[in-house]
Design a protein around this ligand. Structure first.
Ligand code: FRU
Length: 496
């Protein structure tokens, strides 16, 4: 009997433990944002206010699958360490809280503020399944702690089934707010203006353009600096569709966005796991524009094997553009504050590699800067999460002139075959004097690769066992030369 009781109690405590977040679970990223438990998708309402970076996000408070969409909330003072906050805006009365923006109405343009208090205002899509999507507001008078849905909701309703993901920002030259919002099925970004966050006037539409293979979601329009030309800026419009994103670069006059790039599709990320990214609003003067995306893919998002949470946010990325030939190229860099997590560096110099070279540095939680002269005959690069039969490969293919991520040999722990139909990703990359520079972040189940100082970025998830932690440089019968490889173990941002 005693033994039976013990088995029973142990069983119960194991079950309870499985429900409680420890931040030490298998696959748990240690320097990327994840919720303690349950499902998340898009980042929402990224805004800087009173020294805090707020991050709201699509969240199911009741389970580890998409549903009951609610805005979760976290805050940070450095964009590296995050503090979980109580749920901000819950689903209610059959209306889910879909993606959107948060602004601090510091100029007191609306009547949401009271008694001289500045209102933080969330503008989001109210979603009634298969019936209606319209734009709603909620406000907070205590700096984001508690939220009240506006009495006048919806604030913009076209009686459409698909009409979502408002991105709102203050456009100073015209003294009004601008909203970009999606007509997903028509592949259109609509632009509206408002003096008071309540009354919205339609100004123009952009699209269809570029990738129209899936419904368009989550528009983001942000003014970004032109690299190396102080004072000069361009406007970057990003959209999410069919499990990937695209960007356009041009001008915005407060009413209309004009794309200056040629017709071919350009993506902020060429890997499988970067979606719904938006930029911070109301950053202090001189702060680089900064985006965060959701590191997952709707084709298998519900089936990834992580628990008790599901969903990881990308590292915050700063944005700028540069002109190359006839097109503007988006440059993205991981925020510099991440360097505060670096431990003791490990370095290799001038290493010629035929076939494989296992580094004596083993880790699933690290940053690497690899400067290499790839083989010009065969693939070469870096393998992460290497075990006896598994690895994720980041390499250069000289025959195609592409950077690639290959996760074919990683263990498929998802409950869907779809993960394996998305296993090989490529994008053209230019060698400079026959050299390639890779800046890699590997965090247990997510990898982000910034190539050639952020001209090309690729992000992917994979699910290695904890023991699969070798890192290998690889060439082939033809050598690759690794001029310099620097690796840093990175500290966890989560307290034990
Ligand atoms: C994008 C998206 C948005 C929507 C939200 C719902 O991933 O589909 O269009 O607002 O997720 O959770």
């Amino acid at each position: 009997m005693k033994r039976f009781l013990c088995v029973l109690l142990c069983g119960i405590s194991v079950q309870l433990a499985a429900q409680t977040a420890t931040y030490k679970e298998l696959y748990r990223p240690q320097f990327h944002f994840t919720p303690a438990k349950n499902w998340i998708n898009d980042p929402n309402g990224l805004v800087y206010y009173k020294g805090q970076y707020h991050m709201f996000y699509q969240h199911n408070p009741f389970g580890n699958q998409w549903g009951h969409m609610t805005w979760g909330h976290a805050t940070s003072t450095d964009l590296v360490h995050w503090k979980h906050q109580p749920i901000a805006i819950p689903e209610a009365n059959g209306t889910m809280i879909f993606s959107g923006t948060c602004v601090a109405d510091v100029n007191k343009t609306s009547d949401y503020g009271k008694n001289g208090k500045t209102a933080m205002v969330a503008i989001y899509t109210g979603h009634q399944e298969n019936i209606n999507q319209s734009q709603h507001a909620a406000f907070s008078l205590d700096d984001g702690k508690t939220w009240t849905k506006a009495a006048g909701n919806p604030i913009l309703d076209l009686h459409k089934k698909d009409f979502r993901d408002p991105k709102v920002f203050w456009y100073a030259p015209e003294n009004y707010w601008v909203m970009c919002v999606m007509f997903p099925v028509e592949h259109l970004v609509q632009f509206y203006s408002s003096p008071n966050l309540k009354d919205w006037t339609h100004q123009s539409d952009f699209g269809p353009a570029g990738d129209t293979t899936g419904v368009w979601e989550c528009p983001d329009l942000t003014e970004v600096p032109v690299a190396g030309e102080p004072g000069k800026t361009k406007w970057v419009l990003q959209t999410s569709q069919n499990a990937s994103m695209q960007y356009f670069v041009g001008d915005f006059d407060g009413k209309k966005f004009t794309n200056e790039n040629p017709a071919e599709i350009a993506r902020p990320d060429y890997g499988p796991d970067y979606y719904a990214a938006i930029c911070y609003g109301q950053l202090p003067k001189g702060h680089a524009p900064t985006a965060i995306g959701w590191m997952n893919n709707w084709n298998y998002a519900n089936d990834i094997p992580t628990k008790p949470w599901k969903g990881t946010m990308s590292l915050p990325r700063t944005l700028s553009v540069k002109k190359e030939n006839d097109r503007w190229v988006l440059l993205q860099q991981p925020i510099a504050a991440l360097q505060s997590l670096r431990g003791k560096p490990f370095e290799v110099k001038n290493k010629e590699v035929y076939f494989f070279h296992d580094l004596p540095f083993r880790s699933q939680q690290c940053e690497m800067i690899v400067e290499m002269q790839p083989s010009l005959k065969n693939k070469s690069g870096v393998q992460l999460g290497v075990g006896s039969k598994t690895d994720l490969e980041i390499g250069y293919d000289p025959l195609e002139g592409v950077l690639y991520i290959d996760r074919m040999r990683t263990p498929d722990k998802t409950k869907t075959d779809k993960f394996y139909t998305f296993n090989y990703f490529t994008t053209p990359v230019k060698l400079k004097d026959n050299k390639l520079k890779l800046h890699i972040f590997f965090d247990h189940s997510v990898v982000e690769v910034f190539a050639n100082d952020g001209e090309v970025v690729m992000s992917a998830q994979f699910f290695p066992d904890a023991k699969d932690n070798y890192i290998s440089l690889f060439g082939s019968t033809e050598k690759a030369v690794f001029d310099q490889v620097r690796c840093w173990p990175l500290k966890s941002i989560w307290k034990p």
